[in-house]
Ligand binder design. Structure first.
Ligand SMILES: *[C@@H]1O[C@H](CO)[C@@H](O)[C@H](O)[C@H]1NC(C)=O
Ligand SMILES: *[C@@H]1O[C@H](CO)[C@@H](O)[C@H](O)[C@H]1NC(C)=O
Ligand SMILES: *[C@@H]1O[C@H](CO)[C@@H](O)[C@H](O)[C@H]1NC(C)=O
Length: 434
């Protein structure tokens, strides 16, 4: 998805040794017990909003995943990003010209060209920022008034000075570095953070002082709300709790759930599971949180109506990533069933004609089976107006030994429960798909 969401991890991974060597002095946040006179809400639902004028770019999504998980970025991928960006820009200016004339712009299936963000309020009075909810990282960091004006132009940003409830945490800083000269660094405040009806007081809010590189390309995102485990929070010298961990003691149940959608805004539920959002039973499997991620093991896969192959596929659930990265063998098997699918260096990954018949993809969680329908296996057009489409499923071999990443391409086909009990677990359930 967006560059911003992928920064935290690289540093997180790099400094993990350092962080775990520190004594676990985690600040406790207080949850609002009714400053507004209302009783505390132990649950909340938050709806996403659609990102205005956002242009999906498959090559860029692959590139961002490589950065996020510290995989070496091959030159051909960099070229593919530049190439597809330039084709998108050309299509956009051609479209603008057509709009002033009489011919309508080439219609593009809007379903493939939308992305979503989640509005959160910070401070008193509340400042609204659209954040990327990211189970693949553990920092809540935002663009802020501490940055040079040129860096925040055209975006929402957090102004700690304009909040009566902000307090700077002395001596605490964060620094998130990518390869490719991308990164963010800044200082840390505590403030009220409200997600839906749920307010956490004293939540660590990491305010950027400087942001550089590819993060600045994306104008619709104003920061990130990490929902990974607090152990990989990057604040030093005292790492801070994620929003979920801060809210945890006061939630009705120690869970959050993602109901992401294809082609429309989804929701996040905190503190409860919404039985209206799924059908059948929730299939749970164990999570290994030792690396700070929602790592789980899928019990296997199937392509179309073919046999289900039992195999242990380790990977992480990443709501901040858009693609599904699986082992080479699985991906090759899938695309062998798609007419004229190729792995195309020019476009940065597996592509196929947009009208190709795609098989559904089946994955296992313990003995349960879940199906990602064909339309969900398309990420988007390789560039605006193209008849070639970029696959939602891509080769994960560069991501390392346990390198499967379950981004929204997969997660939007199911209701996903992140259960923060100790030990944690992840649950998947079927839901009606349009
Ligand atoms: C696959 O490619 C062949 C040769 O270019 C073409 O004739 C055929 O129509 C293509 N199939 C699809 C589904 O695009
Ligand atoms: C967790 O997932 C990450 C990313 O896929 C991977 O690098 C790591 O090895 C996994 N860890 C475990 C314990 O499975
Ligand atoms: C979370 O997991 C625990 C332990 O497996 C289980 O008892 C509990 O019911 C789960 N909570 C929800 C809301 O599913």
């Amino acid at each position: 998805m967006v560059t911003v969401s992928h920064i935290a991890l690289v540093t997180a991974l790099g400094t993990l040794g350092l962080i775990s060597a520190l004594p676990p002095r985690i600040r406790t946040a207080q949850v609002d017990q009714g400053a507004s006179g209302k009783p505390f809400n132990g649950r909340a639902t938050l709806r996403q909003v659609s990102r205005p004028n956002y242009r999906l770019n498959g090559a860029r999504a692959v590139y961002q995943a490589y950065l996020k998980y510290g995989a070496p970025v091959p030159d051909h991928l960099l070229r593919a990003v530049a190439y597809t960006d330039s084709l998108n820009a050309a299509a956009a200016s051609a479209g603008a010209k057509r709009d002033t004339g009489s011919a309508p712009a080439n219609p593009v299936n809007p379903e493939y060209d939308q992305a979503y963000i989640t509005p959160v309020t910070i401070g008193t009075p509340p400042q609204t920022l659209d954040l990327d909810f990211d189970t693949g990282s553990s920092d809540l960091w935002v663009f802020s008034s501490l940055q040079p004006t040129s860096e925040v132009e055209g975006r929402q940003f957090y102004s700690p000075d304009a909040s009566a409830t902000s307090e700077q945490l002395d001596g605490q800083t964060f620094s998130i570095e990518y390869a490719e000269g991308s990164g963010a660094r800044g200082v840390v405040y505590t403030d009220y953070v409200t997600v839906g009806e749920l307010t956490v007081q004293g939540q660590a809010v990491e305010a950027a002082e400087h942001v550089s590189g590819t993060i600045t390309d994306e104008k619709n995102i104003h920061g990130l709300l990490g929902l990974g485990f607090s152990e990989i929070n990057t604040v030093t010298p005292e790492r801070q709790l994620t929003f979920f961990d801060s809210a945890l003691p006061n939630l009705d149940e120690p869970v959050f759930a993602a109901d992401l959608k294809a082609g429309k805004a989804g929701t996040y539920d905190f503190g409860f599971i919404d039985e209206d959002k799924y059908t059948g039973e929730i299939a749970y499997t164990a999570v290994d949180p030792t690396q700070g991620f929602w790592n789980f093991t899928s019990s296997g896969y199937g392509v179309g109506t073919g046999d289900f192959s039992e195999s242990q596929i380790k990977g992480i659930a990443d709501t901040g990533g858009s693609l599904l990265f699986l082992p080479t063998q699985v991906v090759t098997e899938y695309y062998s069933q798609v007419e004229n699918a190729t792995t195309d260096a020019e476009y940065g990954g597996y592509v196929f004609p947009c009208d190709a018949a795609l098989p559904p993809f089946v994955f296992g969680i313990e003995s349960a089976r879940f199906t990602i329908p064909p339309a969900y296996m398309i990420y988007g057009h390789v560039y605006s107006g193209s008849q070639i489409c970029f696959g939602g499923l891509q080769d994960g071999s560069a991501m390392g030994e346990a390198g499967s990443i379950w981004g929204t391409a997969a997660l939007r086909a199911v209701y996903v429960v992140f259960n923060g009990t100790s030990p944690p677990a992840i649950g998947f359930a079927n839901k009606p798909l349009e």
